[in-house]
Design a binder for this molecule. Structure first.
Ligand code: NAP
Length: 255
């Protein structure tokens, strides 16, 4: 029996990598999926892939940093697709410049990363909150091993701060929305091979080695490795789970 029948699931950053895999996985479990991405073409292609596989999918362009656009699109989706009962805040970026490098670059990294990874998560959640309350919905935020650790992954203060913020936001909202029956959890992916880290994989084998040397399962993850935890947190399998982060990191954080 599919686990997400009769749900409508919105996924940000769904044109690529982890978000794309989660959207496809939710559709396989019977959810109608709404793929949102700043890259409209990528979201449309991913939605077409879902439909070709027999699923139900719509796609829309959305820049999660644009609060007014988030509000407007949430209304459009409520009117044309229906009430969103699962929200995955997945859109995110990373850049690695040392804090002591070119100040303009460091400031721009901070502003962009916080705007997308943390404020974007706020913007989209706030925009969809009425639908999520009405459906006693589920929010799944994408954190990171950098929601906890930083020592082995230098030159990413902004990213680490943003992902600590995502985990803090997850816990705070879980505490506040529990009485409305809305569950709020996070996933902490380890090193997952996606376009987000294609440059690191191509140009910085030492950093990749640091990750893999500390990963008991001894391999990098694939986007598909995040799908199971995402289905678990969106479905009734996790009916008594809120405020948690499920680490899908090959064991990185444990050792
Ligand atoms: P990805 O393949 O680069 O996918 C991210 C998607 O988000 C892209 O389609 C990107 O579009 C889109 N996006 C960027 N800015 C956006 C914005 N302002 N509004 C809406 N969409 C936007 O990256 P990924 O690896 O799948 O990452 C997904 C999430 O997992 C992120 O939150 C990331 O921090 C987290 N994560 C990833 C890893 C990993 O190892 N890959 C590990 C831990 C956590 P463009 O391509 O056009 O920019």
């Amino acid at each position: 029996m599919p686990l997400l029948v009769s749900h409508i699931a919105a996924v940000t950053g769904a044109g690529s990598g982890i978000g794309r895999a989660i959207a496809a996985g939710y559709a396989r479990e019977g959810a109608r999926v709404v793929l949102l991405d700043i890259n409209e073409k990528a979201a449309a292609e991913a939605a077409q892939e879902v439909r070709s596989a027999g699923g139900a999918a719509d796609s829309f362009a959305l820049d999660v940093t644009d609060r007014a656009a988030c509000v407007a699109l949430a209304k459009t989706i409520a009117d044309t697709v229906g009430p969103v009962s699962i929200l995955v805040n997945n859109a995110g970026i990373n850049r690695r410049n040392a804090f002591t490098s070119d100040p303009d670059a460091v400031i721009k990294d901070w502003e962009d990363i916080m705007a997308i990874n943390l404020t974007g998560t706020f913007n989209v959640t706030h925009a969809f909150i009425e639908s999520l309350r009405a459906t006693r919905g589920r929010i799944v935020n994408i954190g990171s091993i950098q929601s906890f650790v930083h020592v082995r992954t230098p030159n990413s203060a902004a990213y680490t701060a943003s992902k600590h913020g995502v985990l803090g936001f997850t816990k705070a909202l879980a505490a506040e929305l529990g009485k409305h029956g809305v569950r709020v959890n996070a996933i902490g992916p380890g090193f997952i091979e996606t376009p987000l880290n294609a440059q690191v994989r191509a140009n910085n084998p030492d950093l990749v080695k640091i990750f893999l040397d500390h990963t008991p399962l001894g391999r990098a993850g694939k986007p598909e490795d995040i799908v199971g935890p995402a289905i678990f947190l969106a479905s009734d399998l996790s009916a008594f789970v809120t405020g948690s982060i499920v680490m899908a990191d090959g064991g990185y954080r444990t050792v």
